[in-house]
Design a protein around this ligand. Structure first.
Ligand SMILES: Nc1ncnc2c1ncn2[C@@H]1O[C@H](COP(=O)(O)OP(=O)(O)OP(=O)(O)O)[C@@H](O)[C@H]1O
Length: 366
């Protein structure tokens, strides 16, 4: 018996955002920041999809485009089949309740002049949900859902710790009952000891409320722990998309391979063959021709300089935008951090680290 394929909650096709620079306003100058440049992928109902990549590769812009917080330059974003990139703002309003965002910085994203009760009831008011009494009741429910209590309702954001503020940010995102939640670096501003608690909370809420999550992160450990699938971005392009297990055990794109081998491990002697990327990420104002990664790729060939590789879904659902990934895959693999068998020493230190993290003690750096 065949199982039905998972329903797609989002279908993103050829999504593009070029930001005009002051120079590009001059006719014919053509200078714009190609922040997101022809990205296509789907998000399946109930999954956690992570988007990873270095700073400036376009992750946050992608998140904002998906929620239509900014308008795309081109492409489509279909939410349950409806292209939200094309509809007027007024038609977007009811959809906003169904798609919400958790921001990176819980210090900046909560209005310091509002009480927690006001912060959490505001989205319900905006979306005209329930009576005043029902909203108050729901606000208390939300607090309890994220591990706070009714006692916290009349306090102001500055009275909370970073972790508690992020819990309030999560409760606010859940207030209008969304199906899709996008977390833009949801734990990267938090202390390591608090990160694990917030990650666990997000996973628990996802299960209990049947949410679909998209997590934007540069932290491969967070991504590996939380996600079902991972998309890797480089300079405005998606270069690889695969199940988390497949991506970490056999990364195909030279960029993904390098990204993973750059993850620091506790035992430096265990990784003499670490593959470091040379040079800086080129400017998105003037990205390289052909494959955008060719200027830093250790396997570059002539074709890469002129012809752009396109990511097609392969038979096993592991997409990669590289002309030569098959040949590269057949070469001896540089020890990708996540792919190598974990040594006993590393496993012991990792277990100790996780234990301390759970106990909220000062954890030694990994
Ligand atoms: N409003 C804007 N105007 C002009 N350029 C922008 C704007 N927003 C983002 N950019 C540029 O677009 C590119 C992608 O930025 P984005 O914030 O999406 O990257 P990111 O991967 O999320 O990086 P980070 O992790 O540092 O936030 C960067 O070069 C950035 O400078």
């Amino acid at each position: 018996m065949q199982t039905a394929p998972a329903e797609n909650i989002l279908e993103i096709e050829n999504l593009t955002k070029h930001f005009a620079t002051s120079k590009s306003l001059l006719p014919g100058s053509g200078r714009s920041v190609k922040a997101v440049d022809g990205v296509s992928f789907t998000v399946r109902k109930g999954e956690t999809l992570a988007i990873v990549g270095e700073s400036g590769c376009g992750k946050s812009t992608l998140a904002r485009l998906v929620l239509r917080l900014i308008d795309p330059t081109g492409g489509t974003v279909r939410f349950h089949g409806q292209d939200i990139a094309a509809i007027p703002e007024r038609s977007m309003r009811p959809l906003r309740a169904r798609m919400q965002m958790i921001f990176q910085d819980p210090f900046a994203s909560l209005n310091p002049r509002m009480t927690v009760a006001e912060i959490l009831t505001e989205p319900m008011q905006v979306h005209k949900l329930g009576t005043r009494a029902q909203r108050r009741e729901r606000m208390i429910e939300l607090l309890e859902l994220v591990g706070l209590t009714a006692r916290h309702a009349d306090r102001y954001p500055h009275e909370f710790s970073g972790g508690q503020r992020q819990r309030i940010g999560i409760a606010r995102a859940l207030a209008a009952g969304p199906e899709l939640v996008i977390g833009d670096e949801p734990v990267s501003a938090l202390d390591v000891s608090v990160q694990a608690q917030v990650i666990n909370l997000l996973e628990d809420l996802k299960q209990r409320l049947g949410l679909t999550l998209v997590i934007i992160s540069h932290d491969l450990a967070v991504v590996r722990h939380m996600s079902d699938r991972v998309g890797v971005m480089y300079l405005g392009k998606m270069v690889e998309l695969a199940d988390t297990q497949a991506l970490f055990s056999s990364p195909r794109h030279p960029y993904t391979r390098a990204l993973m081998s750059a993850v620091p491990l506790p035992d430096p002697e265990a990784r003499p063959d670490r593959q470091l990327l040379e040079g800086d990420v080129p400017s998105p104002l003037n990205p390289p021709s052909g494959c955008r990664f060719h200027t830093r790729c250790p396997y570059v060939r002539d074709r890469c300089r002129t012809e752009e590789p396109v990511m097609g879904a392969n038979d096993d659902d592991h997409g990669v935008a590289c002309h030569f990934w098959r040949e590269i895959d057949a070469l001896p693999r540089p020890a990708a951090a996540a792919a190598r068998p974990i040594s006993e020493a590393y496993a012991r230190r990792r277990a100790l680290y996780m234990e301390r993290r759970a106990l909220q003690e000062d954890a030694p750096a990994l």
